[in-house]
Structures are given as structure tokens and as C-alpha cells.
Ligand binder design. Structure first.
Ligand SMILES: Nc1ncnc2c1ncn2[C@@H]1O[C@H](COP(=O)(O)OP(=O)(O)OP(=O)(O)O)[C@@H](O)[C@H]1O
Ligand SMILES: [Mg+2]
Length: 288
């Protein structure tokens, strides 16, 4: 059969492996020769400071950018060594929720969510509409199919982005900050949604970039922590919980970060400066 997908043997769940992988933009290296794996059929959470390269890594995993060197192995396939046809077939197996939702402004929410099915399958409009409605319902946007992206809040756009990423039931789902910008209730619902998605699709490999420690504890089976262009941790959530490494504990214990920040702040301004500024402000406030 002349079908690229048929070239690929069926895989139960897709493991992701990064091999001596260097990523960056032009000559700017963001992640340098990293080696790590994300187990198939599990939820991996990627943590790391802002600007550390998390979104960059996802962009490469989904094949939107080529690494400077090294490999991304999806199961036994070397993503950037595949023929164009197989590369496209592999990309069809990945769903991606972008950090900002990445919806098309000129299409309604329903059309945005249904787009992958409309473009790539011969399904009827009626069937697509039914699947779209089901997916919008899943993310709590059942009544918003007719809205346009600029008529929605950031959190709603994000949930719509997830509905679109899920609509093809991809075996690999990549999510960039699914809970940022959501209120605590919606964030908890998003976590619950990812966990139930995982339960319903036990072979699905889910990779989630997050800053959200609550989410980490709720959803993560496996964790990768990026730091300074390298990998500070790659292993199970269970093992991470036990770690005594001070750097890793900072990710796990918010209070530690808070205390450290306060310490830093205390020394940030010289007392003479503080007094000088305070006196000037007092004079200004008292001015007639
Ligand atoms: N298109 C681009 N061209 C050049 N540099 C880029 C580009 N996109 C990102 N970068 C740089 O790559 C680095 C990593 O950015 P990235 O967006 O991957 O970080 P991040 O870990 O996702 O951060 P955040 O948590 O704030 O989303 C940053 O220094 C950023 O300036
Ligand atoms: Mg990012």
C-alpha cells in the first residue's frame, strides 16, 4: 500500500529519547548536548527557569525546528533522518498545545478545533462537528464554538488549543504550559483532564512543560529539569520527591524559593540608598 504510515510498524507506546542533543537558534546554543528519555505511556513534566529552553525543546520534538546536532529518537525512529514522507507520517502522530494556544484568529473556535480533521481526513462536516463538540465539552468550552479567539480569555484560548491538539487522538501529546494563565479551579480541571486523558489512553505519551508545582504533583510520572543548558534531573517523580539536592528542592518547595528571594531582596539595596530614597519620598508626599 502506498501509504507512508504503513512504512511504520505499529508501536504500542512511543518512547522519546534525546541523544547528545544540541538545540539553539542560529549560533546561539540553548541546550547543549543533552541526553535524556521520556518514557512511553507516561506523563513527563519538563521544569526549568523562564528562558531555559523548554518551549524550544518542544518545538524541536514536534519537528518544527532542526537540532544543531544530535538526535531525537521517537521510539526507534530518528526524527530528522526520516524521509519526508515518514517525517510527515510521524508528525501526524503528535498533537501540540502551544504556550499561547496558537489559534487562527480568522476562524471560530469550532473551526479551529476541527481543522486537523477537516484538513487531513475525509470525514463529513456533520461527523467533524460532533467530534468538535465532544472535545470542546471536554475542555469546558461547550458553549463557545461560535466565538472567535479574540473574544476569549487567555485561559479559554489555551483550553481550545488543547481541544485541537487532542482531536486526532495522537499517541504523543505535547503541552506547553497548559495551566499558566488559568485560575486555580480551571488549572485543577486542566490537570484532571490530562490525567483522565491518560487513563483513557494508557499508551499515550504526554509531555507537559509547566511551572506549576501543584500540577507537577498531580500529573507527573516522570520529570525532566532543565538548568543552564543542561539536564539537572531526568527520572521518576517518586525519586524526585525524595531528593535532597538543594537546586531540585527549590523546584519542589515553593517556600524555599520565597525565603531565598526575601534574603536576596534584603541585600539588594544599600541602607544609605534606601534612606535617601525614603527621605526624598517623604519630602514629596509632605509637599504642599
Ligand atoms: N525564535 C527564536 N529566535 C532566537 N532565539 C529564541 C527564539 N525563541 C526563543 N529564543 C531564545 O531561546 C531561549 C529559550 O527560550 P524558550 O522560549 O525555549 O524558553 P522557555 O524555557 O520556554 O521559557 P518560558 O518559561 O518563559 O516560556 C531564550 O533565551 C529565548 O530568547
Ligand atoms: Mg516557554
Amino acid at each position: 500500500m502506498n501509504n507512508a504510515a504503513m512504512d511504520m510498524e505499529p508501536t504500542k507506546s512511543w518512547n522519546i529519547r534525546l541523544v547528545d542533543l544540541t538545540l539553539g537558534y542560529e549560533d546561539k546554543v540553548i541546550l547543549d548536548r543533552i541526553n535524556a528519555s521520556m518514557p512511553g505511556g507516561k506523563i513527563t513534566v519538563i521544569l526549568g527557569g523562564s528562558g531555559g529552553g523548554k518551549s524550544t525543546l518542544l518545538r524541536h520534538l514536534v519537528g518544527l525546528r532542526k537540532p544543531l546536532s544530535g538526535k531525537i529518537m521517537l521510539d526507534k525512529y530518528d526524527l530528522f533522518e526520516l524521509s519526508d514522507k515518514s517525517f510527515r507520517a510521524l508528525r501526524r502522530r503528535m498533537g501540540m498545545l502551544f504556550q499561547d494556544g496558537a489559534l487562527l484568529g480568522s476562524l471560530s473556535l469550532a473551526d479551529n478545533v476541527g481543522l486537523p480533521l477537516k484538513e487531513h481526513t475525509g470525514l463529513s462536516e456533520k461527523t467533524i462537528a460532533e467530534v468538535v463538540q465532544y472535545n470542546l465539552d471536554l475542555v469546558g468550552l461547550a458553549d463557545y464554538g461560535d466565538y472567535y479567539p479574540n473574544e476569549l480569555s487567555g485561559g479559554m484560548r489555551k483550553r481550545a488549543g488543547l481541544a485541537r491538539a487532542m482531536i486526532t487522538s495522537p499517541p504523543i501529546l505535547l503541552c506547553d504550559e497548559p495551566t499558566s494563565g488559568l485560575d486555580p479551579i480551571n488549572a485543577a480541571q486542566m490537570d484532571a483532564l490530562l490525567v483522565s486523558l491518560k487513563k483513557q489512553n494508557p499508551d499515550m505519551t504526554i509531555v507537559v512543560v509547566s511551572h506549576d508545582i501543584e500540577s507537577l504533583y498531580t500529573i507527573a510520572d516522570h520529570v525532566m529539569v532543565l538548568n543552564n543548558g543542561g539536564i539537572a534531573y531526568n527520572g521518576s517523580m517518586e525519586d524526585l520527591k525524595q531528593t535532597k539536592d538543594p537546586f531540585l528542592r527549590r523546584f519542589l518547595d515553593r517556600n524555599t524559593i520565597y525565603e531565598e528571594t526575601r534574603e536576596d531582596l534584603r541585600f539588594a539595596m544599600r541602607p544609605e540608598t534606601r534612606n535617601k530614597v525614603q527621605n526624598a519620598l517623604d519630602a514629596w508626599l509632605d509637599k504642599g
